[in-house]
Design a protein around this ligand. Structure first.
Ligand code: IMP
Length: 424
């Protein structure tokens, strides 16, 4: 019987999770998103057609699969309906029969986006987090502050209006006094939301109960990456949710024991968008080579991604935090053409060699990567169909990663299309 699967990014996001979710959704009955919001961007290429989804689980492209947005997600209703409208134009069924939103999912409100933008604009230089500006942080803050708007509040207009008014009291003080920007009125916010309120209600459901009663396996779709986790990532240059695998249970409403196969998605090199330390970053022509060959430009904000060598230290930490049963190596084809490839196996910090990232806030910016050099390969591997078909040096690269992390590589991706993927 197919097992439940958790898919998570093991670096700083953009590892190519969307494509793997899309492939593995085939063997599951439902796909659930459990954290993050439309800060994510999953690019999928099916039969040469490119689609980018920010919120709706990638499983929606498969007929007969149920898709759920769990309680751990923050949902921008306008983005949700924009995606629904685009998918409907492509003939994809996005009706509430296939797609559900947890009653407990928090809603990104217009004032969250405004606050996100105002805060980032007020920060300077290296203090900028470089958020996606989608209101993610302020929405999670309200959730923790216990004044957030949950999707089920859309069913009770009086409660919704009361909560909007209450939430704006503090925010308007910040808008006026700190950020020198126009306050927002509760009526105005309600009017903005009005077109989506009625429309969203049919999608609301009890996701916890729906997945408990599902025949067949569930795929839990993570967003961002482990090193953007609010607790375990490179704080404060992180997102505002927990991205570690255990959160698949919390963010969708199932028991931790329901999480069976844990798949760590690992890009064959490293990228990062936004601010924050990045020990193996390459500021030279190799960095530009990876950026161009890998098309490393954000699917959400269009920003160029910073590129660098594979960092086994941060991956070791991801293995420790998330317990992957297998690794999925993506974008391996991008490395073709490099004479030599480096992998970072440890950090040098204050005269010591570290196997795991240091935990103090500014320490990661001070470490020096310790590299091991492997021979590269010239061959185009994008049409290889098995590990055995890969050039000898590519196979050595894979074997060294498995050896250093102690986790087998179960799946390999050598191009953007569904068919450019093979299992071990
Ligand atoms: P926020 O999630 O918009 O608050 O942004 C916080 C940090 O996380 C910024 O550095 C973003 O660039 C980064 N980030 C958020 N979502 C993603 C993602 O899906 N991929 C890569 N980076 C992300």
């Amino acid at each position: 019987m197919a097992k439940n699967i958790v898919i998570f990014g093991s670096q700083w996001g953009d590892e190519g999770k969307g494509k793997i979710v899309d492939i593995l959704a085939e063997e599951c009955s439902a796909v659930v998103r459990f954290q993050g919001g439309n800060n994510a961007g999953h690019t999928l290429v099916v039969n040469g057609e490119k689609s980018i989804l920010h919120l709706i689980p990638s499983g929606i492209l498969h007929e007969n699969k149920k898709c759920y947005i769990g309680n751990g997600v923050v949902l921008d209703p306008f983005v949700f309906f924009k995606e629904i409208d685009n998918l409907s134009l492509c003939g994809i069924d996005t009706s509430p029969k296939r797609l559900g939103i947890s009653n407990k999912t928090h809603v990104i409100m217009p004032y969250h986006c405004k606050l996100d933008a105002a805060r980032e604009a007020a920060k300077t230089g290296s203090n900028k987090i470089g958020t996606t500006g989608r209101g993610i942080g302020p929405c999670y803050e309200d959730k923790m502050h216990r004044c957030g708007i949950r999707a089920s509040d859309f069913k009770d207009i009086a409660l919704l209006k009361e909560k909007i008014a209450e939430s704006l009291v503090e925010k308007n003080i910040l808008f006026k006094a700190l950020y020198n920007t126009e306050p927002m009125q509760a009526d105005e916010v309600y009017e903005i939301l009005k077109p989506v309120i009625e429309r969203i209600i049919p999608y609301l459901c009890d996701v916890s109960s729906a997945i408990e009663n599902m025949d067949g396996a569930i795929l839990f779709e993570g967003a961002q990456g482990i090193h953007l986790d609010i607790d375990h990532g490179t704080y404060p240059f992180v997102t505002s949710s927990n991205t570690v695998s255990a959160c698949a249970a919390i963010g969708s409403g199932c028991a931790p024991s329901d999480l069976e196969r844990m798949l760590a998605i690992v890009k064959a090199y490293t990228t990062r968008v936004g601010g924050g330390p990045f020990p193996t970053e390459l500021m030279d022509e190799t960095g530009s080579f990876l950026q161009n060959a890998g098309g490393e430009f954000g699917s959400t904000t269009g920003r160029a991604r910073r590129c660098g060598w594979l960092d086994l230290v941060i991956l070791r930490e991801s293995v420790r935090l998330c317990g992957p049963t297998e690794l999925v190596l993506t974008k391996l084809d991008v490395l073709s053409g490099l004479k030599e490839i480096q992998i970072c196996v440890a950090y040098e910090y204050k005269g010591e060699q570290l196997q795991y990232p240091p935990q103090e806030q500014n320490a990661l910016a001070e470490v020096k990567p310790v590299y091991e050099t492997l021979a590269g390969w010239e061959e185009d591997i994008s049409s290889c169909k098995s590990r055995a078909e890969l050039p000898e040096n590519t196979q050595k690269y894979l074997a060294r990663i498995e050896e250093l992390l102690g986790v087998p590589i179960g799946m390999i991706s050598v191009g953007p299309d569904r068919i450019q993927t093979f299992t071990k």
